[in-house]
Design a binder for this molecule. Structure first.
Ligand code: GUN
Length: 283
């Protein structure tokens, strides 16, 4: 890694190369490959971009993938019917419903219909519950990637003050639980937190997942902190993180850039989870 920048792109590339090799070996031995099905409902442009990237990433490492692009007016029952079909489909090891779903559809109810063994996003209550209990589970992709990036720095997590900014079910909450499972002392800040700066200044490990450009000012960063920026917002066509990067970089011991930090890890962890699902089903 260059300077103190955590190069998520390079780390993700190396992991994907390992996954591709493993899939090649599986194909030779069993004559089949892991498969991922993605369900995309509606016309959210960011979701369409993410799903296309997921589709390409699967193909590149030799994984089977299918994408079900459904119209905005698809009903909850129609989505559930498709999930039930995919649950029984032998070609499919992982099922992912791209979020957000259109208004009127309950994301949790939809996710509960995915077989927990195929829930590669780790959003099913069984997997979320097992994560909470510290048991083996599918771990949500972005939080899993965040922990992997922290571990790449060689810095020990145990005993550190970790501050997570953001409490979403997709990133903030599971990241906090994973850090707790690694024996960090964990604090979660959110939109109602008073004096955010005071809490952020305590962080040996800071993870921000808010989606508010540069809400974390450089001066809030503790000297020597590890800073993981999982926020991405498009500003004038450019991706901007939650952290004021140029100033934070000088105080942090390690920091992720946006883009090229957490982003490439999310899809990589999805590929890893799908391979894990395949192995669990067929071994
Ligand atoms: N939307 C934004 N991030 C994610 C993710 O990790 N999984 C799914 N299914 N939808 C998302």
């Amino acid at each position: 890694m260059k300077n103190n920048i955590i190069d998520g792109k390079e780390i993700a590339k190396n992991i994907r190369a390992g996954l591709a090799k493993e899939i090649e070996m599986i194909k030779e031995k069993y004559g089949k490959v892991p498969g991922l099905a993605v369900i995309l409902v509606g016309h959210d442009p960011a979701s369409h971009t993410y799903v296309s990237m997921k589709e390409k990433a699967c193909k590149k490492i030799g994984m089977y993938s299918e994408v079900h692009r459904l119209s905005e007016d698809t009903t909850q029952d129609q989505i559930i019917e498709l999930i039930e079909k995919l649950n029984k489909d032998d070609k499919i090891d992982g099922i992912l419903v791209q979020l957000p779903l259109p208004k009127g559809i309950n994301e949790n109810i939809v996710n509960y219909k995915i077989s927990p063994e195929k829930d590669v996003d780790g959003f099913h209550a069984i997997n979320a519950g097992n994560l909470f209990l510290g048991e083996k589970s599918f771990v949500p992709c972005t939080p899993k990637g965040i922990i992997r990036l922290i571990k790449e720095t060689g810095i020990e997590i145990e005993g550190k003050n970790a501050v997570v900014v953001g409490r979403s079910n997709i990133v903030g909450k599971p990241t906090a639980i994973l850090l707790l499972n690694e024996n960090a002392t964990v604090k979660i800040c959110h939109s109602r937190t008073r004096d955010l700066a005071k809490h952020v200044k305590e962080a040996d490990i800071l993870v921000s997942a808010v989606g508010k450009p540069e809400i974390i000012k450089g001066e809030m960063i503790k000297e020597g902190a590890v800073v993981i920026d999982a926020g991405t917002t498009k500003v004038d066509g450019k991706l901007v993180g939650d952290v004021e990067f140029d100033l934070a970089k000088d105080r942090a011991s390690w920091i992720t850039p946006v883009p090229g930090g957490v982003g490439p890890m999310t899809i990589t962890m999805l590929l890893e989870n799908t391979l894990e699902a395949f192995k669990k089903r067929w071994n």
